[in-house]
Design a binder for this molecule. Structure first.
Ligand SMILES: Nc1nc2c(ncn2[C@@H]2O[C@H](COP(=O)(O)OP(=O)(O)OP(=O)(O)O)[C@@H](O)[C@H]2O)c(=O)[nH]1
Ligand SMILES: [Mg+2]
Length: 298
């Protein structure tokens, strides 16, 4: 019996959802960083095996309250994506302390009937002796269909996750060709790579207010891609930080992004980056939409 369906990955910001998804499909598609709210859109990826086809949906970290229009969008993405799930993967930190954020998620999950697999991630960061205590605490939170302890970063125990999902997927056809890995196109992937490099290079309050727009994407030849992109920020002072002394910060972001985009496209890449200010864009519904975060598309 061939199985197929959607496995939605949810959890609080920064718990390792995108890292896990990348590991499960064996390819880096979703961007990751040590900053909360790295993922902003629902990212679909596909894993095809002999037993079935799992369509993963990575979601933005679940937050309790939105501070702006972008935050409202992020909450919408997670909520709506749960509705599409055949199986829900709930990722958490390896701690026996269960905070308000996770309690809220548990309440949401109690209201629905889909199978929920709890994944306790980042097991590499704790003393193994603590594992039983953590498991005991989480078992009381919800009647989980399964609980799996993993390290997404190290790839520890991630095969278990695939088995657990396949066990709970309904019988179904192979929806996508074997070679399909994601629904994201090259432009979107390139924009995300640039955003990732900016998130990783910048500190403090700047990263949260960044968006990236691809202004032009041209496959000049079989082995050359020319891309122009703008990093949008919220304030003039942020623009200065992103450009850096003598352009050093922008150069650092550009070099790192170019390398990854070259790997992705298998071509040489010309990457030209610009920095633009769009004052407080995250508070402006129209701006939020125009930068790729459109509630209507959900
Ligand atoms: N030590 C350790 N770090 C991990 C593990 N999994 C993820 N991380 C790190 O945790 C941070 C967040 O990872 P992401 O995958 O971006 O987390 P996320 O849940 O997708 O975050 P949002 O998209 O912001 O909700 C990154 O710095 C990862 O390298 C793990 O198993 N062990
Ligand atoms: Mg993420």
């Amino acid at each position: 019996m061939y199985k197929s369906g959607y496995a939605v990955i949810i959890g609080r910001p920064n718990v390792g959802k995108s890292t896990l998804m990348n590991h499960l499909i064996g390819q880096k598609i979703a961007i990751t960083s040590n900053r909360p709210q790295t993922t902003r859109n629902r990212i679909e990826t596909v894993l095809t095996t002999e037993e079935g086809q799992i369509i993963f949906l990575d979601t933005p970290g679940m937050i309790r309250k939105a501070d702006n229009k972008l935050g409202e969008y992020l909450i919408d993405v997670s909520d709506k994506t749960i509705g599409d799930a055949d199986v829900i993967l709930w990722l958490v930190e390896p701690s026996s302390y269960i905070g308000h954020g996770d309690r809220d998620i548990a309440e949401k999950l109690k209201k629905q009937k889909k199978p929920v697999i709890l994944i306790i991630n980042k097991i590499d960061t704790i003393d193994k002796k603590k594992a039983p205590e953590i498991l005991e605490a989480w078992e009381k939170v919800l009647a989980f269909d399964d609980i799996i302890v993993v390290s997404a970063l190290r790839g520890l125990n991630v095969e278990e996750v695939i088995r657990a999902i396949l066990k709970r997927l309904p019988e179904g056809p192979q929806y996508y060709d074997e070679e399909v890995v994601t629904d994201q196109n090259m432009r979107q992937l390139a924009a995300e790579i640039i955003r990732e490099k900016a998130l990783r290079a910048l500190n403090e309050e700047v990263p949260h207010g960044i968006a990236v727009q691809i202004d032009s994407y041209k496959e000049r030849s079989e082995d050359l891609t020319a891309i122009e992109a703008s990093i949008i920020c919220e304030r003039d002072s942020h623009k200065g930080i992103i450009i850096g002394k003598g352009g050093s910060m922008l150069k650092k972001i550009g070099t790192a992004a170019r390398r990854d985009i070259e790997e992705m496209t298998g071509t040489k890449v010309f990457l030209k980056l610009f920095v633009k200010v769009r004052k407080n864009w995250r508070d402006n519904e129209k701006d939020v939409r125009s930068f790729g975060y459109d509630r209507k598309s959900l």
